[in-house]
Design a protein around this ligand. Structure first.
Ligand SMILES: Cc1ncc(COP(=O)(O)O)c(C=O)c1O
Length: 470
């Protein structure tokens, strides 16, 4: 008698993952709990990952999920940085709140291709999340629409492509149909664009070098508005995009968005604001003024996986020209056609297949609300200020810039080489992780506070760690 598929699988394996799914999930929860609650003394980063062999042989048959979880525990987890922990201050690395983590797990369990409204609620959930983001940012609902992306880099790419299309349409050029070559005079103006923006200019075929650099206000990374005005005035290009910053990655400076929006209106330029983490300064009443004018942007980039502490990947793109975005990114084929009412996210970004990315963000906002998110932002800003005061008063350290938001830049009193060594020693303590930068031509360290779990006691541990290697 012929065996069923299931019987064949049973014969060849010592496990049955579908029947054991409860045990698998319970064990996963336990392993995740242990990882997230690693003791005070667990090192923040893994200094030596050589125990993991990338050339290991392919498992011929596999032993099922429980055995794979055991291997994860022994082979991988001991070598993973605890970047979800309270003293990982590298880059702008948000942690992951419990509600966001389980939202992420559920997105995998549901495993939906969240492209459109056909027979599923995922598109409506994404729409709701976009509304909530506008609410958190203090911007009127309905003024912006958008999509969730893999991150701010992807959102910045959507901005460049949409801006170029819109600029072309103002002068009768259809870049979507005829290509970038049809619009040779697309000019980008920016003072301190994030590295991802430069990458995106290459990807979009504009070119990394094709940025008209605006000088910065003395002692800051913020755009000098008079220089922008002069350069817009002298530009012969008919297609212009201004890329402004709401929170530069080093000094966390904000451009004067009101003045820049006025100039963009006067010169017919598209205004894009990169607010990857700075958008949520709107939740701190002491800093909300920094975002004045952002509602006049044509497009905005932000991230959920930074300051909202949602797991990767969770980028946010907002625009007031949603139909232009949809024109550039539309994907048409008879098998994709739909008569359902609602947004088609397949037409709002690069991917034709995309996970239910809205769910972790939805869970996080549902669980903690505006107040919970505001608490993270305000606490992190206070912690940055506390560390900055300590650095400023320290005889062996130099504060490179007063933090506007959540990032402290500082260095030791020695030269750049001495500071490179000092950074290695600080990170070598295993108590904290800082990343390097260059500010005003000087090598320094960045301490970026963006984790919901950072407590005031952690700042004391960080100070002790730095003192111990000075
Ligand atoms: C201002 C700014 N823009 C863009 C990015 C890129 O973000 P992502 O890594 O989410 O693509 C970052 C990352 O730190 C950033 O700070």
């Amino acid at each position: 008698m012929q065996k069923s598929c299931r019987e064949v699988v049973q014969m060849n394996r010592k496990f049955d993952d579908l029947n054991e799914i409860g045990d698998i999930f319970a064990l996963t929860g336990e392993i995740a709990r242990e990882y997230l609650q690693a003791g005070e003394d667990a090192p923040v980063i893994c200094a030596d990952t050589s125990a993991f062999d990338p050339a290991a042989p392919l498992p011929a048959r596999g032993d099922g999920a429980i055995a794979a979880l055991d291997a994860l525990k022994t082979d991988i987890l001991p070598l993973v940085a605890t970047s979800t922990g309270p003293r990982y201050l590298g880059f702008v690395t948000g942690g992951a709140t419990p509600a966001a983590i389980v939202g992420d797990w559920m997105a995998s369990a549901i495993d939906q291709n969240a492209t459109g409204p056909d027979g599923t609620v995922t598109a409506a959930v994404e729409q709701q999340v976009i509304n909530w983001i506008c609410d958190l940012a203090g911007m009127p609902r309905g003024r912006f629409d958008g999509a969730l992306t893999t991150g701010a880099t992807a959102s910045n790419l959507l901005a460049v492509v949409t801006a170029r299309q819109w600029c072309g349409e103002q002068i009768g050029v259809d870049v979507d149909a005829d290509g970038a070559i049809a619009l040779p005079s697309f000019e980008i103006f920016s003072a301190t664009p994030h590295a991802s923006m430069i990458k995106d200019l290459s990807v979009a075929g504009v070119g990394r070098n094709n940025v008209t650099r605006i000088v910065t206000e003395p002692g800051t990374e913020a755009m000098h508005v008079h220089d922008l005005a002069n350069k817009l005035e002298n530009s012969t290009s008919k297609a212009k995009m201004v890329i402004a910053s709401a929170g530069t990655v080093n000094a966390t400076d904000f451009d004067d968005l009101v003045a820049i929006a006025d100039l963009c209106a006067a010169y017919g330029a598209w205004l894009h604001v990169d607010a990857a983490f700075g958008l949520f300064a709107a939740l701190d009443e002491r800093r909300v003024h920094l975002l004045a004018g952002i509602e006049r942007a044509d497009s905005i980039t932000s991230d959920g996986h930074k300051w909202l502490n949602v797991p990767y990947d969770c980028g946010i793109f907002l625009t007031r020209q949603i139909s232009v975005l949809e024109k550039c990114f539309r994907a048409f084929a008879p098998y994709l056609a739909s008569r359902a009412e609602g947004n088609s996210y397949i037409n709002r970004g690069v991917e034709n297949s995309r996970r239910f990315r809205a769910l972790p963000l939805w869970m996080a906002i549902k669980a903690y609300g505006r107040a919970g998110m505001a608490d993270i932002i305000r606490r992190n800003c206070d912690q940055a200020r506390d560390l900055a005061h300590w650095v400023a008063d320290h005889s062996g350290l130099v504060l490179l810039r007063d933090p506007q938001l959540n990032v402290v830049m500082f260095c030791g009193r020695g030269n750049d080489d001495a500071n490179r060594d000092l950074l290695d020693r600080i990170n070598g303590t295993g108590k904290v992780f800082l990343t390097p930068t260059i500010y005003n031509g000087r090598f320094g360290f960045r301490a970026a506070f963006s984790n919901w779990r950072t407590r005031d006691q952690d700042i004391e541990i960080i100070k002790d760690a730095i003192n111990s290697v000075l």
